[in-house]
Design a protein around this ligand. Structure first.
Ligand SMILES: CC(C)(COP(=O)(O)OP(=O)(O)OC[C@H]1O[C@@H](n2cnc3c(N)ncnc32)[C@H](O)[C@@H]1OP(=O)(O)O)[C@@H](O)C(=O)NCCC(=O)NCCS
Length: 168
């Protein structure tokens, strides 16, 4: 008998604390030194346990990657916010706790979200990443994403460039 260690599943209400920890640790790990300290602290404060409790109650599209009973990461997805683009689906957030990064688990989450978007009959997929987040940009490029647009986002006094990767 084999037992799958990695499971993609919908969130449970009791996941709020673990998801808040994934978000906080992933953001600290990836954006420290990219997003100015004060802006980063403000965003982390806003996305604490209360935010996650409320978000899970709304039951939006979110999948959890469960590694041997631990919440290792999550992905959120839905209809693209990118106006009238040929890419109807979007992955809004894809985050793994740092101890689970670099193991190929991101690809499992990505493919799961892509499958759900196809189930929703949304054709094509977009993901935005900050250009300074090199690991994420390499990850999406390696999965076959093509850069199709650039944008900018302000974080306090700093404006950072971002790129949209797309899959048809
Ligand atoms: C980006 C992410 C989703 C990729 O998932 P993953 O399972 O770690 O992916 P992989 O194991 O295939 O590694 C992807 C790449 O990131 C690199 N990487 C992974 N973890 C890393 C870390 N902690 N520090 C530096 N690089 C890292 C890998 O070396 C690999 O680089 P390569 O493509 O040049 O070989 C995941 O690392 C993550 O959650 N990162 C932090 C949050 C983030 O940036 N999310 C995306 C926001 S748009």
């Amino acid at each position: 008998m084999t037992v799958d260690v990695v499971q993609i599943r919908p969130p449970r209400t009791k996941d709020a604390e673990a998801l808040a920890a994934v978000y906080e640790e992933a953001w600290q790990g990836v954006y420290q030194g990219i997003i100015p300290h004060l802006s980063l602290q403000r965003m982390l404060a806003r996305r604490g346990l209360r935010w996650w409790d409320a978000t899970l109650r709304k039951r939006g599209p979110l999948l959890v990657l469960d590694f041997d009973g631990q919440v290792a990461g999550y992905v959120t997805y839905g209809r693209s916010r990118f106006g009238r683009s040929p890419f109807q689906g979007e992955i809004f957030e894809l985050y793994l706790h740092p101890i689970y990064q670099g193991l190929g688990l991101g690809e499992i989450l990505f493919k799961a979200a892509r499958g759900r978007l196809a189930d929703l009959r949304l054709k094509g997929l977009l993901v935005w990443a900050l250009i300074d987040n090199e690991a994420a940009c390499n990850f999406y490029a390696r999965l076959g994403g093509k850069p199709v647009a650039e944008g900018a986002e302000a974080f306090g006094e700093v404006t950072l460039r971002k790129v949209a990767f797309a899959w048809s």
